[in-house]
Design a protein around this ligand. Sequence first.
Ligand code: ADP
Ligand code: MG
Length: 392
Amino acid sequence: MPLKRVFLPKKLVRMGSATVAPAQGANGTAAGEGLTLPAAYDTDRKTTIISVTGLAKHFPGNHRPAVIDLSFDVLEGETLALLGPSGCGKTTTLRLLAGFEIPDAGEVRLQEKVVASPRAWTPPEKRGMGMVFQNFALFPHLTVAQNVAYGLHRLRNGEKRQRIAEVLELVSMSGLGERYPHEISGGQQQRVGLARALAPKPVVLLMDEPFGSLDTALRSEMRREVKAILQQAKTTTIIVTHDQEEAFSLADRVLILNEGRMAQFDTPDEIYHRPVSRFVAAFVGKADFIPARLLEDHVVTELGVFPLHGTPPPEPVDLLVRPDDIAITPDPGGQGIVVHREFQGSSNLYTVRLPSGLSVRSVQPSLAVLDVGQRVIVRATPDHVVLFTAER
Ligand code: ADP
Ligand code: MG
């Protein structure tokens, strides 16, 4: 069968976007010339609030460290997401920043002051960080205003009342200060929890899986609200989550952790479109990897030939394709066979077997229903070519 020629790159056109230079990963390469992503996060013009270098923590008795050689910075007003699978060290990292754990090695600076290192130690209450635990839990026996007042004991009564009124307005809860938590809705309780955390004006707000046990609808509503509130409050925030969608929708930058190590640290768009490893590619979306050969400045695969920009990793290589890169059209002469349909409500996720026996996934509209066994023409149109050294 002749190889189909696919013209790349199909541009992602976004408002106010800028073309960014191709990124190079340790074992991946994203030859993304012409790929248009939102402007990279402007790290030059912002003040660094937290600076972490070589942070490490190994709990006694564990076979591997919880956090290994972690270095990153957090800029003023940004929301940073710590993202990774369960047990990868997210909570430990947050607790090291807050001062609830002592690092084995490394340094944490908060507004240029060393707050944790082998030589220096600032206790949690002196760090000016606010910590929000799962679901922003409120004290049930205190009113909304009393809950918010909890962290304001240093203020005089008049100032306290004023600050309570300010933060309740910030979270659209003005006039409800005398209610008890059971007298307001779940979403309102969350907003009060956020108001309580913001009331003492923390230098940094730390949130550990704050939407942990909310149902899907409330989760996405809370995400939007919390994002708007944080933007308005201009509070520097670190949010821990294992949910890629949550990290992408809330954060300016995302730090991905894998088994205690940093796997990638970049904007959500860069991470999705230019993952530096297979782990990242598969963790932040659905990823299939198809064997590829390098031929001069092209990548040759079972699904077509794609132009290569930039330096590829050493062969053998695999090409990353995502379900939104794969188009399928019913055709009795098509090279692919539908082997599985997963109905996802707003879309269908098809698994299609290729002549080589390899399977790829394709996302199709909700009403595009194909039967298992149906032959289809399979076309790949990746926005850009991302290659990884194959584990063959
Ligand atoms: P995450 O929040 O990403 O799920 P954690 O930071 O809670 O991960 O845990 C990272 C690793 O450290 C896990 O293997 C966990 O079992 C271990 N760990 C975390 N806290 C402690 C502790 N206090 N004592 C011993 N092991 C711990
Ligand atoms: Mg955790």
